[in-house]
Design a binder for this molecule. Structure first.
Ligand SMILES: [Zn+2]
Length: 165
C-alpha cells in the first residue's frame, strides 16, 4: 500500500529530544552511532556496488542494522546514521506492515514524508535547539560545524530554521 501523508515534524523532533534526555546527552557532539548501539541496533560500514554508490545508507529492519556507505565523508556518514536511526524509531510499524525490507536513501532531495521526518529527526538529534542556543551567536558556522560534528550546510539550515538568521 502506498500512501502520502503530511510529515509529522513535531513527533520526529520529540523523539529525537527524548532520546537525548534518555541518555543524558547535554553537550555537542552527539554521536548517533553510539545512540544506535545503545538502543541495540547495529551500524555497519560497507562498500556499496557501483550502481548503489549514490546511496548514503539504509536501514534493514530485519537485521536491525544501519548500513552506511563507507565512501562517504565522515560528517555525511554521521547524518546518515542519524537519519536511518530516525526510520528505525519513527517508521518501524509501517515497515513491518508492508513488504519493504530496507529504506533506501536517495541522494536527491525528496518530498516523501518519511524522508522528511527522518531528516527532521536527524537534525534535531545532532543539532538540538537547546544545545544550539548556547553557541550559535558566539561561533562561526565552521566552528559550529566542528563542535557539533555535522557539515556546514546542516548547521546553516538549523540556524536558519530556528532563528531565521
Ligand atoms: Zn531515508
Amino acid at each position: 500500500m502506498k500512501y502520502e501523508m503530511t510529515p509529522d515534524y513535531h513527533r520526529a523532533k520529540g523523539e529525537a529530544i527524548s532520546l537525548l534526555q534518555k541518555f543524558g546527552l547535554e553537550k555537542p557532539p552527539v554521536n548517533p552511532m553510539e545512540i544506535a548501539q545503545r538502543l541495540g541496533a547495529k551500524v555497519s560500514f560497507v562498500e556499496f556496488e557501483k550502481k548503489l554508490n549514490n546511496i548514503s545508507g539504509f536501514y534493514d529492519f530485519e537485521e536491525d542494522t544501519i548500513f552506511v556507505n563507507m565512501d562517504e565523508y565522515p560528517l555525511r556518514q554521521t547524518f546518515t546514521i542519524a537519519h536511518e536511526l530516525g526510520h528505525r524509531i519513527l517508521h518501524a510499524e509501517w515497515a513491518k506492515s508492508s513488504d519493504y525490507k530496507v529504506l533506501l536513501r536517495e541522494d536527491t532531495g525528496t518530498t516523501d514524508s518519511k524522508e522528511a521526518e527522518a531528516n527532521t529527526f536527524a537534525a534535531n538529534l545532532l543539532v538540538p535547539r537547546f544545545m544550539l542556543d548556547k553557541y550559535w551567536e558566539g561561533l562561526s558556522a565552521t566552528q559550529l560545524s566542528e563542535l557539533f560534528a555535522v557539515s556546514v550546510p546542516v548547521i546553516k539550515n538549523r540556524i536558519s530554521f530556528e532563528y531565521g538568521a
